[in-house]
Design a protein around this ligand. Structure first.
Ligand code: UD1
Length: 350
């Protein structure tokens, strides 16, 4: 879509950067706001290298309401907002709950206040399948009830969806779509952008790639005594570029007036569950690398099995995950190699 400007908060982060690329590929103009608390400014160069265009960039914290108002005054012609900027580490949220509530909810409310005041009509929210906890029925549909959140992080996603519901009910000109991600993995096929975890990764695939490249000694597989075929926990791993494309489709849907209600909710997954050991095996197969791993006890707060019913997103949103698991794991591996090579050549030139 030409001459449409989308604000991507958290746009130098993992999913935000891939979404900025897909938006620009579809002709949207993009302005990224990020405080760089968990990402690097050089991600903007990766986005430019892929798309041949430069996104606008503003570095500030959306918790700063006055700064955000100034932003809205400058970028007057915003058509939509996609909101990724949030904290996302489950364990950290248990230790610092107030930091999580403060950041994840204040940013959301500040953006909604700005949308009302400056008449920005469309909003896409980065939600999570964590809102379902361990669902009673699998695959899980959008109608499955929220389970009590396992962590303050998960609770911020549940509360955020409630805040959005109330906000759009009170402001009929606003339309929002909440996208509940299952487990996003992989990187752009160019290997120019990808996930850049700081410190020890919490998530499975970055831990696998860092182990394969030699930064970590071995992968710890958390539990092999689940009630699953091989005993390890099952998740729905979705390619990050496929996921990014769903955001573009969501924006287009609202602009074209196709929304069925002011707040719509879609699951973003593949519909297929894979166990931790299946991921390990698929990684070895697609990359030819041997992975050192050890079975250890379960991780606190982990659910046994969760994967998406994708029917509603497939039929109503008209979006479907396409890239298969092995290709996705290979893209994560290529990205890991690219990052390490870049670090090595930086060390050499310094
Ligand atoms: C986690 C969060 C979830 C969040 C999502 C964002 C928890 C409990 N849940 O999902 O709320 O929305 O990340 O990406 O943290 N595993 C290992 N060894 C590892 C790492 C993971 O065996 O070193 C296993 C886990 O036990 C799990 C699977 O791999 O069975 C996936 O783990 P992870 O990538 O952390 O995702 P989730 O736990 O599903």
């Amino acid at each position: 879509m030409k001459n449409r400007l989308v604000l991507v908060t958290g746009g130098t982060g993992y999913i935000g950067s891939h979404t900025a690329v897909e938006l620009m590929n579809e002709g949207f103009d993009v302005v990224i706001v990020d405080n760089l608390s968990n990402s690097e400014k050089s991600v903007l160069d990766g986005i430019t290298a892929i798309t041949g265009r430069r996104a606008f960039f503003e570095q500030f914290d959306i918790c700063d309401k006055e700064r955000l108002r100034d932003f809205f005054k400058v970028y007057k012609k915003l058509d939509a907002i996609i909101h990724f900027a949030a904290y996302k580490a489950v364990g950290e949220s248990v230790e610092k709950p107030l930091m999580y509530y403060q950041n994840n909810l204040t940013t959301l409310m500040n953006l909604f206040e700005g949308m009302v005041e400056f008449k920005v009509p469309y909003f896409v929210f980065s939600s999570s399948a964590t809102v379902y906890g361990q669902p009673d029925i699998l695959p899980v549909t959008e109608r499955a009830p929220f389970k009590p959140a396992d962590s303050p992080y998960g609770n911020t996603k549940q509360i955020a969806e409630e805040i959005m519901r109330d906000a759009v009910n009170a402001n009929k000109d606003l339309h929002a779509i909440s996208l509940r991600y299952f487990n996003p993995i992989g990187a752009h096929p160019s290997a120019l952008i990808g996930e850049l975890p700081r410190g020890v990764p919490n998530n499975l695939v970055p831990f696998i790639t860092q182990t394969a490249i030699g930064i970590r000694d071995e992968l710890k597989v958390f539990g092999d005594d689940y009630n699953t075929p091989d005993g390890t926990a099952i998740r729905d791993y979705i390619n990050v570029v496929d996921l990014a494309k769903a955001h573009v489709v969501s924006i287009q849907r609202m602009i074209e007036g196709k929304s069925k209600s002011n707040l719509e909710i879609f699951n973003l997954g593949t519909g297929k569950g894979s166990s931790v050991m299946e991921i390990v095996n698929a990684f070895e197969k697609s990359t030819g690398e041997k992975l050192k791993f050890k079975i250890v006890g379960r991780r606190a707060g982990d659910v046994e099995s969760v994967y998406a019913d994708t029917k509603y997103a497939n039929e109503e949103l008209g979006w479907k995950a396409k890239v298969d698991l092995e290709e996705t794991l290979l893209s994560a591996w290529n990205w890991e190699k690219y990052v390490r090579n870049k670090k090595r050549s930086r060390l050499k030139t310094n």
